[in-house]
Design a protein around this ligand. Structure first.
Ligand code: UDP
Length: 151
């Protein structure tokens, strides 16, 4: 089982897409093991998007990420890191295939609704960045036996 970090960005909160996105993740069979609403500080954004701080669009990205609080989530499932990235689609909503979250609901690179960790190593770093150990939960649902074959 893998865990991955998701942020529902201000662009999804402003448009009332939180329930829709959550529903897709749940229906896929991913288990929500952590979830909270937070306001991102300048420092947290600079750390989270450290690979982008020198880009000309960084000030706009920072402003967009602080327009509303965000919802941070940790979800768990087999191959969860790759699966969630595939469900999210590529950065620019205009290039994202219909059927993906960005492909269905975003027409922008900046306002692309959702962040998801891009690798197993990044997922661990990002989960630790947004969640304290006591904010993550391990539990079973009746669904877990229905979701997986022994594969
Ligand atoms: N971004 C943008 N313009 C760009 C590239 C990125 O506004 O040309 C924003 C966009 O919101 C994206 C975020 O910066 O989600 C982080 O970029 P990254 O390359 O890490 O893409 P992601 O992993 O989110 O697809």
């Amino acid at each position: 089982m893998q865990r991955t970090l998701i942020l529902l960005k201000p662009s999804s909160i402003e448009r009332g897409l939180v329930g829709e996105i959550l529903s897709r993740l749940e229906k896929k069979g991913l288990l929500i093991v952590g979830m909270k609403m937070i306001r991102l500080s300048d420092e947290l954004i600079e750390e989270h998007y450290s690979h982008l701080v020198s880009k000309p669009f960084f000030p706009i990205l920072k402003e967009a990420m602080q327009k509303t609080p965000v919802i941070a989530m940790c979800v768990k499932g087999k191959e969860a890191v790759r699966l969630v990235r595939e469900m999210v689609g590529p950065t620019n909503g205009r290039n994202a295939t219909p059927g993906t979250i960005r492909g269905d609901y975003s027409i922008s690179a900046l306002k692309n609704l959702i962040h998801a960790s891009d690798s197993l190593a990044t997922a661990q770093i990002e989960i630790d960045r947004f969640f304290k150990p006591e904010e993550l939960f391990d539990y079973k649902t009746v669904m877990s036996t229905a979701l997986y074959a022994p594969d």
